[in-house]
Design a protein around this ligand. Structure first.
Ligand code: ADP
Ligand code: ZN
Length: 739
C-alpha cells in the first residue's frame, strides 16, 4: 500500500512512501513522519492511493502516522494541489503555506516562546565584504535578516524557504544570533487601532439596499457564483460585506474575507467583531507565529465563523464556507511574487467553486480580467455608483509639471498649487495625504564629470539614497546591498557628485520646509519596519496628531480617514514609462484610489495630481473617475497587442552566473517550445528588464496563448528535459508584472 505525501521543502515534488503492514492507512490531510535522505521530516498525505507503479521499487516506509483524521482539511489539501499545479510550483512550497507555523518542525514548546534569528555585525560584514564565502542560500538569508534589525522568528524564515540548518550553520559561523522570545498570543489584545465609525442599525442607502438584495439572492442559492461589486470609493461596500457575512452565518455557513494589506485587517476585524464577537479570526504574516498558530487551530476546531486576512488566508482551514469576499480585488498584493506565485483572488475563486460558495470581488477599479468576465456574463456585475450620503467624489486638478518647471525652476517637487492647498488645510485643521510611489531620498547618485552613477554590484539598478547628513546611505531596493555615499566618484574620482531623482523621504523634507509648523509623517515600507509601527502611525493620523502624511501606494489603499480633504499626487506617472503592459492600468487604479481617500467625511475633498503627461488617458480618465471609458480604451490596447485579458501569459526567467549562459539556456527553452508546435507563441529570449539580480544574469521568455494548461505542460516538459534547469528557472503563470 503506497501513499503520496507533500513535505514542506521547496522544489520537492510529491513523494511516494510505503505504509507498512499493520499500520492503518493514513487519511488525506493527516501528518506522517517519514525518512527523507538522512533526515526525518513531517509530511502531509495528499493521495491515499499512489499507483502500483511504485511497487517493486525500493520505496521507503512511513515511520509514524500522527493523526487519525485530517490535520489539514482535505479540501484545503486539494486547493493546495490545484495551486501547485496551476502555478507550476512545487507541492512542498504550497503545503508550507497551508500549515500553521508550529508544525513546521520547530520546537515543541513553540507555544510560549519562539526562536528568533538576527544578523550580527560579523554577518553584516561578511555580506558586504566577503559575499563569496557564503552559499547563495546563506547570502539570501543574511540579506533578508539585514533588513530586519529586530530579527525574524525561525518559522518565519522557514516560510521563506530558509531551513533551520541553513540558519544554524550561519549561527555557528557567528553571522547570526539566536534567541528565545516570548510570544504574544491574542492578536486583538495589542490592538491600538480603532475601527471607523460604525452605527449598528444604520440605514442603507437605496443603492446599497438594492445591491444587498441582489447579493443576498445569489448567496441564498447556495451555489458557486462570482459577483463583481463595482462600487466607487466611499460607496459603502464594507457595510454590505458585514451584512452578507451575518446572513450567511444565519444559514449555518462561514465566510472568508480577504483584504490586500495587513494594515487594513485591524479595522475590518474590529468591525466584524462587533457582529461576530469571538468568532472572528485573523490570518496574516504580520502576526507572531504563536498568534497565527492559535488562530489557525481555532479555525480548524470550528470555533470561527469569519476569517479575515491577507492572501495566505485563502488557505485557512475553515469549514462550511458559504461566502468568499475579495476586497480591492484588483490589488497587486494578492499576487505572491515568490514561489508559489499564486494570485490569492484567483485561488479564492477556486476555493469557492469547490465549496459551492458565493464570491464577491469588490473594487472601485476592477482589474481588466474581472471586468472582462463581468462584461462577458461570466460574473454578475453589481454596481454602487454613488458615495454614501451623496458625498461628492473629490474634485481633481491636474498640474502640468513641465509648466511648473518653467515657472518655478527645475528643482520643484511640490507645485505651488499643491503647497498652497496643503497650507489651506493646515489653516483649517484638516488633513492631507501626499503620495509618491517611490521610496528613499534621492533615486540616484550621479557624477557630473564622468556621468556615472553608483550602481549595485549585484543587480542592474542604481542605488537609492536613504537618509540625510551622517545617516546617509545608498541602498539597493532589490538585494539590500548598501554603501555609505562617497565624497567623490568611485569611477573617476571626480568631486562633483550630485543626487538626482527624489523619493518619499525627500518629499517629507520638502513639505516640512515649505510648511513650517506642520506635523508631517511618512508611511512607506522603510518607515514601518518595526512591528507595531504601522498601527501606531495610522492611529496617530486618525487621532489628528499628524497633519500631512506622505507615503507610497500604502496610503492609497482602502483606509477611511474622514478628516482628509486633500490628496496630492507628486508624480502621477512614476509607472507610466515602464515597459510593462499593465502600466496604464496600474496608474489608473492608483490615481482613482488615492483620489478616493479625500472627502470621505463631512467636508468635500480635493485631489491635486502632478504629472509630466497630463494628456495620458490613464491620468485623464482617473481624474474624471471614468472607469468605463478607461476599460474600453485599455481593452483596445490589450486586444491590439495580444495581452490579457484576451490571452494568457506565462513569464519565464532563466538565471545564470553569466549573461551568455542565461541567454543560451533561454534560447534553447524557446526553441524546444516552438518545436512542440503548440497553439501558443513564444517571445524572446531577451535580457530581462532587470537583467542582473543578486549577482545572477537573467534572460526572459514570454509565452502567450489561450490555454494555460497546454502552455504550462509544454514548458514543464521542456524544462524537465534539461537536468538542473528547473532550479534556475522562474515560471510565473498569470504574471502581474513582466519586469
Ligand atoms: P468603500 O469600501 O466602498 O470605499 P466604505 O465601506 O469604507 O466604502 O464606506 C465609506 C464610509 O461611509 C464609511 O465611513 C462608512 O462607515 C460609511 N457608510 C457606509 N454605509 C453608510 C450608510 N448607509 N449611511 C451612512 N454612512 C455609511
Ligand atoms: Zn542589488
Amino acid at each position: 500500500m503506497f501513499i503520496r505525501i507533500a513535505v514542506p521543502v521547496p522544489q520537492l515534488n510529491l513523494l511516494t512512501y510505503r505504509v507498512p503492514d499493520g499500520m492503518p492507512r493514513p487519511v488525506v490531510g493527516s501528518r506522517v513522519i517519514v525518512p527523507l535522505g538522512s533526515r526525518i521530516v513531517t509530511g502531509i498525505v495528499v493521495d491515499q492511493e499512489a499507483g502500483s507503479e511504485a511497487a517493486g521499487r525500493d520505496v521507503k516506509p512511513v515511520r509514524q502516522v500522527l493523526d487519525n483524521e485530517a490535520f489539514v482539511p482535505a479540501d484545503v489539501v486539494a486547493l493546495a494541489t490545484w495551486t501547485a499545479e496551476y502555478y507550476a510550483a512545487g507541492p512542498g512550497e504550497v503545503i508550507t503555506a497551508v500549515l500553521p507555523p508550529k508544525t513546521r518542525g520547530s520546537r515543541a514548546d513553540a507555544h510560549k516562546t519562539m526562536r528568533v534569528a538576527a544578523i550580527t555585525a560579523a554577518g553584516l560584514e561578511a555580506l558586504q565584504a566577503d559575499p563569496l564565502s557564503l552559499t547563495a542560500k546563506q547570502r539570501d538569508a543574511l540579506e533578508l535578516l539585514a533588513g530586519a534589525p529586530l530579527g525574524i522568528p525561525t518559522p518565519g524564515l522557514a516560510d521563506r524557504g530558509f531551513a533551520s540548518d541553513t540558519i544554524s550553520r550561519l549561527a555557528k559561523r557567528g553571522f547570526v544570533s539566536l534567541r528565545q522570545d516570548r510570544v504574544d498570543r491574542d492578536p486583538f489584545a495589542a490592538q491600538t487601532f480603532e475601527a471607523a465609525s460604525v452605527a449598528p442599525d444604520r440605514r442603507l442607502t437605496p443603492e446599497q439596499t438594492h445591491a444587498l438584495e441582489r447579493l443576498m439572492a445569489l448567496a441564498d442559492r447556495g451555489q458557486f457564483h462570482v459577483a463583481l461589486l463595482h462600487g466607487v470609493t466611499g460607496s459603502g461596500k464594507t457595510e454590505l460585506y458585514l451584512r452578507l457575512a451575518s446572513a450567511v452565518r444565519a444559514r449555518g455557513r462561514t465566510a472568508l474575507l480577504l483584504v490586500p494589506e495587513i494594515a487594513l485587517t485591524p479595522a475590518v476585524a474590529s468591525l466584524l467583531r462587533r457582529v461576530f464577537d469571538e468568532r472572528v479570526a485573523i490570518q496574516h504574516s504580520g502576526l507572531s507565529d504563536g498568534e497565527r498558530h492559535d488562530q489557525w487551530h481555532r479555525i480548524r476546531c470550528g470555533d470561527i465563523d469569519v476569517v479575515v486576512g491577507t492572501r495566505s488566508a485563502v488557505f485557512a482551514p475553515l469549514a462550511g464556507i458559504g461566502l468568499v469576499i475579495v476586497d480591492e480585488e484588483h490589488d497587486a498584493s494578492y499576487k505572491q511574487e515568490e514561489s508559489p506565485r499564486y494570485n490569492g483572488r484567483d485561488v479564492a475563486i477556486v476555493r469557492a467553486q469547490h465549496a459551492d460558495a458565493l464570491v464577491i470581488l469588490g473594487s472601485a477599479t476592477p482589474s481588466m480580467e474581472s471586468y472582462y468576465n463581468a462584461m462577458s456574463g461570466k460574473y454578475e456585475r453589481v454596481v454602487l455608483e454613488r458615495r454614501v450620503l451623496d458625498r461628492p467624489l473629490a474634485a481633481v486638478t491636474i498640474v502640468d509639471m513641465r509648466e511648473e518647471y518653467v515657472a518655478a525652476g527645475p528643482e520643484a517637487i511640490l507645485s505651488r498649487v499643491l503647497t498652497e492647498a496643503i497650507q489651506a488645510r493646515l489653516d483649517r485643521q484638516e488633513q492631507s495625504l501626499v503620495l509618491l510611489n517611490r521610496r528613499g531620498f534621492a533615486t540616484a547618485v550621479f557624477c557630473r564629470q564622468c556621468a556615472g552613477t553608483i550602481d549595485c554590484p549585484n543587480c542592474s539598478v542604481s542605488l537609492v539614497v536613504h537618509g540625510e547628513g551622517s545617516t546617509r546611505r545608498a541602498r539597493c531596493h532589490y538585494c539590500n546591498h548598501s554603501v555609505r555615499v562617497p565624497g567623490k566618484c568611485p569611477l573617476c574620482a571626480g568631486p562633483y557628485l550630485e543626487q538626482t531623482g527624489f523619493g518619499t523621504e525627500r518629499v517629507e523634507a520638502e513639505v516640512k520646509r515649505l510648511c513650517p509648523g506642520a506635523r508631517v509623517a511618512r508611511l512607506d515600507s522603510d518607515a514601518i519596519r518595526r512591528k507595531g509601527a504601522l498601527g501606531a502611525l495610522l492611529s496617530r493620523f486618525r487621532d489628528g496628531e499628524i497633519d500631512v502624511l506622505v507615503g507610497t501606494q500604502m496610503i492609497a489603499k482602502g483606509h477611511d480617514f474622514p478628516r482628509v480633504t486633500l490628496v496630492g499626487v507628486i508624480s502621477a506617472d512614476v509607472g507610466l514609462g515602464l515597459a510593462d503592459f499593465r502600466a496604464s492600468e496600474r496608474t489608473f487604479q492608483l490615481l482613482t484610489q488615492v483620489a478616493g481617500r479625500a472627502g470621505r467625511g463631512e467636508q468635500p475633498g480635493q485631489a491635486i495630481v502632478q504629472t509630466l503627461y497630463p494628456a495620458h488617458y490613464s491620468v485623464q480618465l482617473a481624474c474624471r473617475q471614468d472607469y468605463a471609458a478607461f476599460y474600453e480604451r485599455e481593452l483596445h490596447f490589450r486586444r491590439t497587442m495580444r495581452y490579457p485579458p484576451l490571452l494568457s501569459l506565462i513569464n519565464v526567467i532563466v538565471r545564470s552566473r553569466t549573461f551568455a549562459g542565461a541567454m543560451d539556456d533561454a534560447a534553447d527553452v524557446g526553441k524546444r517550445l516552438r518545436d512542440t508546435n503548440g497553439d501558443f507563441c513564444v517571445l524572446g529570449p531577451a535580457p530581462a528588464p532587470l537583467g542582473k539580480l543578486r549577482g545572477e544574469y537573467r534572460a526572459q521568455l514570454l509565452i502567450k496563448g489561450t490555454s494555460r494548461r497546454r502552455m504550462r505542460e509544454a514548458l514543464m516538459s521542456v524544462i524537465a528535459d534539461r537536468p538542473g534547469l528547473a532550479r534556475r528557472t522562474v515560471v510565473d503563470v498569470d504574471p502581474l508584472s513582466v519586469l
